[in-house]
Design a protein around this ligand. Structure first.
Ligand SMILES: NC(=O)c1ccc[n+]([C@@H]2O[C@H](COP(=O)([O-])OP(=O)(O)OC[C@H]3O[C@@H](n4cnc5c(N)ncnc54)[C@H](O)[C@@H]3O)[C@@H](O)[C@H]2O)c1
Ligand SMILES: [Zn+2]
Length: 342
């Protein structure tokens, strides 16, 4: 078992990572929740795979009810938010009763947002089952739904009472969903944890140790920037170019980040910020895990980057590696890009 403490004052919580923890959920949940009823929120895919197991592990200690939503990003909608709230109220949920989010990042974000809104806030525990949700979204307190054609535009910061991660659930994850998390996991190693990269060279199974090393990188930035005021920006390594190619070529987000990292390393090298020792090892790890490493010239995407609405006041914040496991933020103006880099 690996345990990570997330220190956020009154909102501090623990992340416990262990194979087959799904069979022992109530043993741990008892530490943070003393009432009788729990409500599981999950999606149809995860329900078929894991709901029985989860119910079995809780039934001796709790009365259990559950709400199932369709799998996929479409469930992060206002309609599904209303549906889940209605179902919970129909089931007579009280303000001091617990929600358990069982599923990927979609379920985590939706459950957390419901938990932040119902009765102005009820407790929730997160049980992430996709690689992305285990190595990334289980830390940070960001919850929310998509609205008005924009992703995550309605939401709240709401910390879970506890996060319980079972790496064995990754065995049933489809390859592309696995890739989606793996791109971000390698990113965590690249920007903040050389030890994680060293572990990955042997292509081990993604186990509790690797998930913990990945989460430590996110924990570091989240603890100094709990409300995402800017210091979390380093987590965007690979995303500047990644966003430019993600939709254009139909990559999953994490796959686009993989390619975006290679482009950012090349640009960093050209600017003399990134050590020449970064490209080959990152390329090697991406290939080991069969992530796409298609070769796109970063120069061809700088205009897309400039047009991205996130780039305020004609300045782009680029995240570059300095060496393996370390990164820096470099501000480059629109003028400089147009005059010197295009
Ligand atoms: N809150 C945050 O900090 C944060 C961070 C990153 C991403 N996100 C959000 O997370 C979402 C993406 O998360 P995701 O990639 O986990 O998507 P997801 O929840 O849609 O899961 C991907 C697919 O995998 C299935 N699945 C999940 N676990 C499985 C398992 N063990 N076996 C088989 N199938 C399984 C799901 O049913 C779904 O079809 C996005 O909406 C994104 O905005 C949030
Ligand atoms: Zn990302």
């Amino acid at each position: 078992m690996k345990t990570l403490d997330i220190n956020l004052g009154i909102d501090s919580y623990k992340i416990l990572i262990e194979d087959d923890i799904l069979s022992r959920l109530s043993f741990y949940i008892k530490e943070v929740y003393k009432n009788k009823k729990v409500y599981i929120i999950t999606d149809d895919t995860v329900k078929d795979l894991y709901l029985d197991k989860v119910i079995n592990s809780l039934k001796d200690d709790y009365q259990i009810d559950y709400v199932v939503v369709p799998h996929g990003e479409q469930s992060k909608s206002i309609e599904m938010f209303i549906h889940v709230c209605e179902e919970l109220l129909e089931k007579n949920i009280r303000r001091n009763e617990l929600l358990i989010g069982l599923g990927g990042g979609v379920i985590g974000d939706l459950t957390g947002f419901v938990a932040s809104s119902l009765y102005r806030g009820i407790p929730y525990v997160n049980v992430p089952t996709s690689l992305l949700s285990q190595m990334d979204s289980s830390i940070g307190g960001k919850t929310g739904i998509d609205f008005y054609g924009r992703k995550n535009i309605l939401g709240a910061f709401k910390q879970p009472k506890m996060v319980l991660i079972d790496p064995l659930t990754l065995n049933t994850l489809p390859k592309r969903e696995f890739n989606n998390g793996m791109g971000e996991l390698i990113k965590h190693g690249a920007i903040g944890n050389k030890k994680l990269l060293d572990l990955l060279f042997d292509k081990p199974r993604i186990d509790e140790n690797i998930i913990a090393e990945s989460l430590k990188v996110k924990r570091k930035v989240v603890e100094i920037d709990p409300f995402d005021q800017g210091l979390r920006m380093t987590l965007n390594f690979g995303h500047t170019f990644g966003h430019a190619i993600e939709l254009k070529y139909g990559y999953k987000h994490g796959e686009a980040v993989a390619i975006g990292m290679l482009m950012a390393i090349k640009m960093g090298e050209d600017l003399g910020v990134t050590s020449k020792e970064c490209y080959e090892p990152i390329l090697k790890i991406l290939k080991l895990y069969e992530l796409p490493v298609d070769n796109y010239d970063y120069h061809d995407y700088l205009l897309d980057v400039l047009n991205d609405k996130k780039n305020l006041a004609g300045v782009v914040n680029f995240i570059f590696l300095t060496k393996l496991g370390e990164c820096t933020i470099t501000k480059i103006s629109e003028k400089e890009i147009k005059e010197n880099l295009l």
